[in-house]
Ligand binder design. Structure first.
Ligand SMILES: [Zn+2]
Length: 247
């Protein structure tokens, strides 16, 4: 993480609403038990993403897929299947540029292009955004927040992008210190992930639930910026209602 991103991160954590700049999900402080949010970046991949979706279909677990716009344009059916299967979709830029590689305006335009493509494919409002490499600049962050995006970071990294052997990834996943509200980083374009996921899920499903991050509801695309409140409890993230993701 660059120095500029660290400064951006510190500023955002002090100034932004926790629900708009998300570094971990609020705890599920009720009887439903601990919840963890699996996230998959860099897809869709025509084979690997569908293999992952096949494995999710064997369980009640859900996830969030941060798709790259130009890949979504090549594989729109896979993007639609993600939603039809009850998962969430977010934006991960058009070309997977880092915010440090482009001017702020060019970067935001790249994100907007991706959002427009995904919205045309899905018919849904897209407000979840994950910056590639976690990199952001203060100006790009502010523009994205003003655009109505919620910035989603992660708390645990499986490092599946290193393409470890399947048993290594399975063991790494089983030994993650997952707690309520964790957001787990994975990649659906990683072949190893697409083969290891089923046993990864099985290692944790008896102890916690895997939920999809809630997407924007119709009419809520542009949300007013709200200052961070430190004296009010966070509104708990709502579950994605069954069937609503396929709208
Ligand atoms: Zn990425």
């Amino acid at each position: 993480m660059s120095v500029l991103t660290k400064i951006t991160h510190q500023l955002a954590r002090r100034l932004c609403d926790d629900r708009r700049y998300v570094t971990r999900a609020p705890a599920q402080a009720d009887a439903t038990g601990p919840a963890v949010y699996l996230t998959f970046d860099d897809g869709p991949h025509p084979d690997r993403t569908n293999r992952i979706l096949d494995q999710f279909a064997e369980s009640d677990s859900k996830a969030t897929f941060f798709v790259i716009g130009r890949r979504a344009r090549r594989h729109p059916q896979t993007v639609r299947r993600i939603l039809a299967d009850g998962h969430s979709v977010g934006c991960h830029t058009w070309r997977h540029w880092s915010a440090r590689q482009l001017s702020s305006q060019a970067y935001v335009d790249d994100v907007r292009r991706s959002r427009t493509e995904i919205e045309q494919i899905t018919g849904r409002k897209i407000d979840l955004f994950r910056p590639p490499y976690g990199e952001l600049t203060p100006v790009s962050l502010w523009k994205l927040l003003a655009d109505g995006f919620r910035i989603i970071h992660w708390t645990r990294d499986t490092r599946d992008f290193q393409l470890p052997a399947i048993p290594v990834l399975q063991q790494r996943f089983a030994e993650l210190p997952m707690i309520d509200g964790d957001i787990i980083l994975m990649h659906d374009d990683a072949s190893v992930t697409s083969y290891a996921l089923h046993s990864c899920l099985q290692s944790w499903e008896p102890r916690l639930q895997f939920l999809a991050l809630p997407m924007a509801t119709p009419g809520s695309h542009r949300r007013p910026l709200t200052p961070r409140s430190t004296d009010q409890p966070l509104a708990r993230m709502e579950r994605v209602p069954a069937g609503s993701a396929a709208e």
